[in-house]
Design a protein around this ligand. Sequence first.
Ligand code: ATP
Length: 198
Amino acid sequence: MMNCARVEGRLGLFGGSFDPVHLGHLLVAQAACEELGLSRLFFIPAAQSPFKPGAEPAPASARLAMLRLALAGEARYEIDDQEIRRGGVSYTIDTVRDYAARFAPAELFYLIGADHVSKLPQWREADELARLAQFVVIPRPGEVMAPPPVPFRVRTLGGFPLAVSSSQVRQRVKARQAVTHLVPAAVAEFIYNNRLYL
Ligand code: ATP
């Protein structure tokens, strides 16, 4: 098991659809842990992303199961299913408010891929969100890093840029192409055994 220099009271929040979780996500987590010295990092799967209104994700139970398989044995990572339990469209502000209330005075770092930076001002209650959490951007190949939008506090990590996306994994499964080395082996096995994304 790997270690990162942990600083108490620095919490990483990593929201997404995780449909499915892939190695790009795991490298985001590793970069954030190492570069920010997070004490804890929470993966927070969305019930329904506000930015993917037409898309019906795989059942929450399957997305959670794949996260558990991907994170097994990683003591520093936790899975928080609060957005799934709330149901409906998942708004980050609701989740960040919950963390701010429960963990005050911890510093909250919300992790996003470079593709989300330019859209931050459109996130619900953007001003309050910007006040409660710092945003941490991980480079994503093919995405030009937009300038940080006011009033967000944005920090960019070096990371491990990897051009893998969940949509690419889903498309490859549908086309009967291998997803080995794009997702953890146990996740690939889960996808095949449960006939997901066909
Ligand atoms: P999809 O292809 O279905 O849109 P995705 O691969 O972007 O999915 P999400 O679960 O929607 O995966 O992403 C959660 C978060 O992780 C987002 O902030 C996204 O930008 C970030 N992310 C996902 N993949 C990468 C990657 N390869 N590098 C950096 N950030 C990533």
